[in-house]
Write a protein that binds this ligand. Structure first.
Ligand code: URA
Length: 241
């Protein structure tokens, strides 16, 4: 197919694709090419060093704003998939785990169901890191309680790391790192130690960190290195099914 068509498969319009090519942002087999009519296989094409356009699977990080559902479609409310251009919405992408509607930050979308499963499954223990703002002053007592495993009404949470960043009587900020993701889990853990959450943002899934350049509602393809690191963390080969 033509290079400009292959580039447009990433979700750009044809004219955006042509501009990216003219600007030298597009590579074929790693070498910049400025001829949109060149015949290519999509797997040869990269943009800004991202993962190949169509190496079989897609990997996209989204900075989810509050108010948006982590779902592929909903009749009433906007979904993370609707943050993507229409061409990308039809490619079978699904979210890796869910964030509550009021929770912001990193959502990973991929077409690779096996990778998604391993990143979510408690068995594979992929770490999830969140930045939490809560009521009241957090102390070493809460750090210890998280490390022991907080007892909730229906289960005991696995030991989690609580990293205090800022503490005060008016409220505290901390990072929490856990390896499971039950319904409302972080909110429930903070509530259980008497510090209800005010805000929660996901910063990381396994080795994949939210790119700080992405504002709320923005997205980008993972780089090849980021996708490889995810597979490695799940003991999978890239593109394996
Ligand atoms: N924990 C929560 O309570 N909510 C989320 O969305 C994610 C983790």
């Amino acid at each position: 197919m033509r290079l400009d068509k292959a580039v447009a498969m990433t979700g750009l319009t044809r004219s955006e694709a042509r501009k990216a090519i003219v600007a030298g942002r597009v590579q074929v087999d790693g070498r910049p090419v400025r001829d949109g009519a060149m015949q290519v296989q999509p797997g040869q094409v990269t943009i800004d060093g991202s993962a190949p356009v169509e190496a079989g699977e897609l990997y996209i990080m989204v900075n989810k704003p509050a108010g948006v559902l982590t779902a592929t479609e909903d009749r009433r409310l906007p979904t993370v998939l609707e943050l993507l251009p229409p061409a990308l919405r039809r490619r079978g992408l699904g979210p890796v785990g869910r964030l509550d509607r009021d929770v912001t930050g990193l959502v990973l979308l991929t077409t690779d169901g096996q990778l998604a499963h391993r990143l979510i499954s408690p068995k594979w223990k992929a770490e999830k890191q969140y930045r939490a703002r809560c009521e009241g002053r957090l102390t070493a007592n809460e750090v210890e309680a998280f490390a022991q495993g907080i007892s909730l009404s229906d289960f005991t949470a696995r030991p989690a790391r609580l990293i205090l960043l800022e503490t005060g009587d008016e409220g505290s900020t901390a990072d929490v790192v856990l390896t499971e993701g039950k319904f409302h889990q972080v909110k429930r853990m903070f509530a259980a130690v008497g510090h209800p959450l005010v805000a929660l943002e996901r910063l990381r899934i396994g080795p994949l960190a939210l790119d700080p350049i992405l504002g709320p509602g923005q997205w980008r393809h993972l780089t090849e290195g980021e996708a490889d690191a995810l597979y490695k963390s799940c003991q999978m080969k890239s593109g394996e099914d």
